[in-house]
Design a protein around this ligand. Sequence first.
Ligand code: NDP
Length: 247
Amino acid sequence: MAAQPVTVLITGANRGLGLEMVKQMVEGKCPVKKLFACCRDPNGPKAEALQALAKKHPNVHIIRLDVADLGSIKQCSQQVGAQVGTGGLNLLINNAAYLDKSTLQETTAEGMQTTLNTNLMGPMYMTQEFLPHLRAAVKASKIPGMSTRKAAVVNITSFLGSMQLVKDTFSIFTYIPYRIICAAEELKKDEILFSLLHPGWVRTDMGGEEGEIDAPESVTGMLSVMESLTEKQNAAFLDYKGKTLPW
Ligand code: NDP
């Protein structure tokens, strides 16, 4: 990326696309200054690759975060606040997600609850709790307009949530989707950009081996799209190539 935000936070950063984002954001030509790589179990076996990255790159700060737990989100926000101070947080990437492979018939209250807590309440509480740091970034920034270098929330979502595409996508993916975008209007008045990104069908644990692309291609595309975002794309639903997707 040519121009990077100074401070970035990524949820679900220990594997899959989150881990690849950390990698590309710190190993690129213009690495971010401070990257908060958040995951549920920083000392567990699933965070070994992230720990190795953090050892190599002192600008990667691993923070414990369970996005389905408001207490954990609040704690994380305090830790980040203490580190960024009045400079604030430029870019919050809500990437962590849970996939419950259930059809409507199979869905249980427990599965639905975990899905909603992780995929819906998680990004919502993250946005709420990190708002002071995003506002601080707007205040500290001299950059006009809206951008990910100034202050932004990017939600990694899925084109499976598109109602216009549901006829084509439902037969190949019968699991229950969701989407969140309503926060965009409210954040606009603070000049905080809010957009949704579909990473493509990617060969990660979630995407499976039959996915169409690998994580590096997806993340290279997404980071380049993030770099190009301005107020024109506020509340936009884009894919990793920057193509606008229908709702
Ligand atoms: P993976 O299943 O590979 O990784 C999911 C990540 O989310 C893991 O780091 C996992 O952590 C984390 N996570 C799950 N629950 C929580 C929680 N409660 N708190 C914190 N972290 C949590 O998924 P991908 O990397 O493939 O997906 C990344 C994003 O891209 C998701 O938002 C997904 O919906 C989206 N996406 C992916 C597609 C694909 O083809 N791969 C297609 C469309 C959208 P842990 O190791 O602790 O479980």
